[in-house]
Design a protein around this ligand. Structure first.
Ligand SMILES: [Fe+2]
Ligand SMILES: [Fe+2]
Length: 170
């Protein structure tokens, strides 16, 4: 019996979030592939890196569950969207994905708080901060794409996008 038994609704919420993070990783990889195919190599590497970060998020939750004597369950992943009419459409999808993730993270936090599961609530605080960065990056990306009005400026943006969006460190 673990010393700090996880509360039931919190357990269910963390298990669901674990799979959501893996789904996000899968979805970002699909965006990376589309960009690479369109010769937007900078965007391709950015989304590939994002995919890796989402896997790390999943791992953080998995480690928390394991430390508390629970088993994270790797469920089936949803097939992500793979076709886009423009890089703007793709960026807007990433932006809305992060918005949905923020709402889910907030719900997990609320559940843990309501149940008095303080370790899970603290874990979610890290995610809440992370979402501030994730949403800011995607908002900035959408703005930058909107401002890249000619092929030349898009090429330049593609060349610098990884650097521009990693200013915060990660
Ligand atoms: Fe995430
Ligand atoms: Fe994310």
């Amino acid at each position: 019996m673990p010393k700090i038994a996880i509360k039931p609704a919190t357990l269910a919420a963390l298990k669901a979030q674990y799979n959501d993070e893996l789904n996000n990783a899968h979805a970002y990889e699909a965006l990376a592939i589309w960009c690479k195919k369109k010769n937007l190599k900078g965007f391709g590497s950015y989304f590939h890196k994002q995919s890796g970060e989402e896997r790390e998020h999943a791992e953080k939750i998995a480690e928390h569950l394991l430390d508390r004597g629970e088993t994270p369950e790797t469920g089936a992943l949803a097939a992500p969207k793979t076709e886009f009419s423009s890089v703007m459409e793709l960026a807007k999808l990433a932006q809305s994905m992060e918005g949905v993730t923020t709402a889910k993270i907030n719900t997990v936090y609320e559940t843990a708080t309501k149940e008095g599961d303080y370790p899970a609530a603290l874990l979610m605080q890290w995610f809440i901060n992370e979402q501030v960065e994730e949403e800011a990056s995607m908002d900035e990306m959408v703005d930058l794409i909107g401002g890249a009005t000619c092929a030349g400026s898009m090429t330049s943006l593609d060349r610098h996008i990884v650097k521009i969006l990693s200013k915060g460190g990660e």
